[in-house]
Design a binder for this molecule. Structure first.
Ligand SMILES: [Fe+2]
Length: 477
């Protein structure tokens, strides 16, 4: 696999390695020190999940995506901010603690060394429930998710795990479900592996179990971390990073190392009608790779617009191994691309929207999901650099193709979560909430920015570092 070459990392990037250090302590702090002014209308909580423990006994996790999940909650009230964090727990975490070693397979870490153990797990697979990727509030349920079919419900007050939330109709799924506006349910897909592989599309209602509404056959399932959704369509982008399920059980390799980069397959877009299950495509374009769809919608001519953060190839998966990150090796640059799928003409156009590195995207989801939109926010990198870890928050105007950014020396922000102001008229009226590592201080803070101009409204300081995480949600708790 080709890995993008780039200038060596900066001293600041080396200092940021703290973001990949384990955080063991679980705390509750009633009132964090605040600088500036946190808007009084923020009355909910930002709850985030992410990896926080990267070893057990003598065993080391190998990849950023492997670490044991920790929940972090910032709760807002009258301009004040409280903080709590706790390991999510679950089977994988508890078994490791009990045995003093990693016992479940993670994304890129496989504890099964012996042939005997390998044969044993083929018949009794131990899927991890280490939900360190994302979470959702569905009805009254708070649920943390990863890419195995074991979404874990948790108590938003105690942050304690409360068992598997629902059954997923397959072996692999995403931690990025979409809202079904009609019912308030969560739409997702799962890959059902076997002699005949399928992608299955399902909706989890606000209460109850998953219901399948469409499926399609697939020969070699692609690694898909997310998908797009318009009012009519599910938008699948199959990047040519694919798995042969028949080899999976006997490969002896951790999950992600079973995928192969096959650029000759190109990137394949398929549209699935959410009501009828009817399919259009696949429509092919050049090979690329990505984790995150930003937003999708149908334009006035019936074409499907899908904005996605993409990489040249799947080398980013290798870039995110912990030994490489801790050694300050280059990290490939994600770029915000617009794909326009014309099903009638059978074409896919591709356009670069902004120059900055851009990923961990958020939009004004309640207002713009499935619809034409103007603003996206993400963690980003300097446009002049070809690689590097996130060192800024970027606001992208995808209509005007312009950007604004927030950055501070030695600071490394995570996903900026948009929260609309209660009386908002404009799409970008509200704030962004981002957990930032101050590498020089060795501690993290919650940053509150004005979403329109990225000016700082305030920050709340945490007395320890928070390992780099992935996703979170703002909700009333
Ligand atoms: Fe993600």
């Amino acid at each position: 696999m080709e890995v993008a070459s780039a200038p060596r990392s900066t001293a600041a990037e080396s200092a940021a390695l703290r973001g990949f250090d384990t955080l063991e302590d679980e705390t509750r702090i009633d009132s964090l020190p605040v600088e500036g002014e946190i808007p009084g209308w923020l009355t909910g909580s930002l709850i985030r999940t992410g990896p926080a423990k990267f070893e057990e006994g003598e065993n080391q996790m190998r990849h950023w995506f492997d670490g044991f999940a920790m929940l972090h909650r910032f709760a807002f009230s009258d301009g004040g901010v409280s903080y709590a964090n706790r390991f999510l727990g679950g089977k994988a975490y508890e078994a490791a603690k009990e045995k003093g070693e990693i016992t479940y397979s993670e994304f890129a870490t496989d504890p099964c060394r012996s042939l005997f153990k390998r044969a044993f797990t083929m018949f009794m697979p131990k899927l991890t429930d280490n939900c360190n990727v994302n979470l959702v509030k569905l009805g009254d349920r708070f649920v943390a998710m990863t890419e195995t079919p074991l979404p874990v419900q948790f108590d938003p007050d105690t942050l304690e795990a409360a068992g598997v939330a629902w059954k997923v109709p397959g072996e692999l799924t995403t931690a990025h479900p979409h809202l079904d506006r009609a019912t308030g349910g969560a739409v997702n897909y799962a890959a059902k592996l076997g002699p005949r592989n399928k992608y299955r599309f399902f909706i989890v209602p606000k209460e109850g179990e998953a219901e399948q509404f469409a499926s399609m056959p697939v020969d070699q399932p692609a690694y898909m971390h997310s998908f797009g959704q318009t009012e009519r369509w599910i938008v699948l982008a199959e990047f040519p990073f694919v798995i042969n399920p028949l080899k999976l059980a006997t490969s002896g390799r951790p999950y992600i190392e079973n995928y192969r980069w096959k650029p000759e397959r190109g990137t394949r877009f398929t549209l699935i009608d959410r009501k009828t299950g009817e399919r259009r495509g696949p429509f092919e374009t050049d090979a690329c790779f990505g984790f995150h769809h930003v937003n999708s919608y149908e334009d006035a001519d019936g074409r499907v617009v899908a904005d996605i953060c993409t990489f040249t190839d799947a080398g980013i998966v290798e870039d995110l191994y912990l030994d490489r990150l801790r050694a300050g090796k280059p990290v490939a640059k994600p770029q915000l691309h617009r794909f326009t799928i014309d099903a009638a003409a059978g074409t896919v156009d591709r356009e670069l929207l902004v120059e900055e590195g851009f990923d961990l995207p958020r939009i004004n989801y309640g207002r713009c999901h499935e619809r034409p939109y103007r603003y996206a926010w993400g963690a980003g990198t300097d446009p002049a650099r070809e690689s590097g870890f996130f060192d800024r928050i970027v606001a992208a105007d995808v209509e005007q193709r312009t950007t604004k950014h927030w950055a501070e020396p030695g600071c490394f922000p995570g996903e900026p979560v948009f929260v609309a102001a209660p009386d908002a008229v404009g799409e970008n009226e509200g704030v962004l909430l981002s957990v930032v590592l101050d590498a020089n201080a060795g501690t993290s803070f919650l940053l509150v920015l004005d979403a329109a101009d990225l000016s700082e409204r305030g920050r709340a300081s945490v007395p320890h570092h928070i390992p780099f995480g992935f996703h979170g949600q703002y909700a009333q708790v």
